[in-house]
Design a binder for this molecule. Structure first.
Ligand SMILES: Cc1cc2nc3c(=O)[nH]c(=O)nc-3n(C[C@H](O)[C@H](O)[C@H](O)COP(=O)(O)OP(=O)(O)OC[C@H]3O[C@@H](n4cnc5c(N)ncnc54)[C@H](O)[C@@H]3O)c2cc1C
Length: 387
């Protein structure tokens, strides 16, 4: 592992940073408050090739890896635009299809994911199953050549912006046995698929939904992969990219908050000529948060490097640790930024309290800090499972 990015990755970082800054946090918040989406930013990022950096070149992408996509996620977040759908569409859906989709599915979807004209969101969470994916109750039954899918999903991000939902279901013959998941590409306008928007306490232009699948009829080729055996590897293929890119988004958000706060504390004076940043009660918490964010970035780099080298198992451990570290660091950084800005920290104008909900959610989703600690306890420390 090297600490240096390639010259191309350096250029990507600079270019994405410039794009993000052109839009900025005010744009993100205004869109959220107006109930609109960041359509212009998404379209421009797609046109410039940033949404497809990890997609193979033969399908219109940049042919890079998760390291590249993590750079895009981090830099947009560091500019105040943490786009959750980057984690869902290019990181999860594109990786799953590129690795386990049929050739026909790759041709049909990857070029659109690469240029941003298509979005595919991801639905695994269910009200009853929660963190326990072995309890998934969404069932796919054979129907002639095709499938009938029924079940409920919750907290599904971006359904209103997407063309398809990648739905994780179990097949009928696996209802009572061990989870044998199958992934289905469900058009968002499929008859039988309905949604209701959840009211979330997060300032974000991206929304979460309850999804109801009521005998949604799908053709045979909606099943991801050549056969039902593709389901489990396809599901696992999405996990590492998800953890690494959501961690990168957290690290970028942490950087954004620390930068806003540092600018403020380096100029604000309330005790004569000294800046408030000269008081260690103000500067140390900020410096501490900066250390935590930088540590998380290091872990993200390790996880992405291992993943791009094809070392999936090691990337799994590092990716979980990176997600944990970045989730905690981002929450600390935003909370600290709010504190050192004083009253200004709670205003919309200074643009840090607007991130409190998002970073708090980052300790719960897409995998909670407790489930990561369970993973580390069992797989790294060899502890027994309590559940
Ligand atoms: C903003 C946001 C966006 C989301 N987007 C999506 C999406 O696009 N697609 C999707 O499928 N899902 C999405 N989710 C859902 C998210 O992945 C889940 O909320 C998360 O996995 C936790 O599941 P749960 O909410 O059912 O919590 P529960 O499973 O009910 O857990 C509640 C609490 O108990 C803890 N807990 C549970 N079991 C254990 C245990 N064995 N040991 C220790 N602690 C435990 C959990 O850590 C958590 O703190 C999103 C959630 C949010 C908040």
């Amino acid at each position: 592992m090297t600490f240096d990015l390639t010259p191309e990755q350096d250029q990507l970082r600079d270019a994405v940073r410039a794009l993000g800054r052109r839009y900025g946090h005010n744009y993100f918040v205004e869109k959220a408050k107006a109930g609109e989406h960041t359509t212009e930013l998404w379209a421009e990022a797609g046109r410039l090739g940033y949404l497809g950096v990890n997609i193979p070149t033969e399908y219109g992408g940049g042919g890079g890896g998760i390291t590249d996509l993590a750079i895009v996620c981090e830099e947009l977040a560091a500019a105040g635009c943490p786009l959750l759908l980057l984690v869902v569409s290019p990181a999860i859906a594109a990786t799953v299809l590129a690795r386990h989709g049929t050739e026909e599915q790759r041709k049909r979807h990857l070029p659109g994911l690469a240029d941003g004209s298509q979005k595919i969101v991801f639905a695994i969470t269910e009200p009853e199953a929660g963190s326990n994916f072995h309890r998934l109750g969404t069932v796919a039954r054979r129907d002639g050549d095709g499938w009938l899918v029924s079940g409920r999903k919750c907290y599904i991000s971006g359904v209103d912006e997407a063309d398809h939902v990648l739905v994780v279901a179990r097949t009928e013959d696996a209802v009572s046995g061990k989870l044998k998941p199958a992934l289905f590409l469900v058009p968002t306008d499929a008859p039988g698929l309905t949604r209701s928007k959840l009211d979330m306490e997060i300032v974000s232009p991206e929304n979460q939904f309850l999804l109801y699948l009521d005998d949604v009829r799908l053709p045979a080729d909606a099943l991801v992969g050549e056969s039902l055996d593709a389901g489990l590897p396809a599901l696992f293929a999405g996990l590492n990219p998800e953890r690494i890119t959501v961690a990168a988004m957290g690290a970028g958000t942490g950087r954004y908050a620390i930068e806003r706060a540092s600018e403020y504390t380096a100029t604000r004076k309330v005790w004569g000529s000294r800046t408030i940043g000269s008081h260690q009660g103000v500067s140390h918490p900020l410096a501490h948060a900066a250390v935590q964010v930088e540590l998380a970035r290091l872990m993200i780099q390790k996880a992405a490097t291992l993943y791009d080298a094809g070392r999936d198992l090691e990337a799994g451990v590092a990716g979980n640790m990176a997600k944990y570290a970045a989730g905690e660091a981002a929450a600390l950084a935003v909370d600290t930024a709010v504190q050192v800005l004083g009253g200004a920290g709670m205003t919309t104008e200074y643009g840090v309290a607007t991130l409190l909900g998002a970073v708090r959610a980052g300790r719960i989703a897409p995998v909670s800090r407790e489930m990561i600690l369970n993973f580390v306890a069992q797989h790294v420390l060899g502890q027994d499972k309590s559940y």
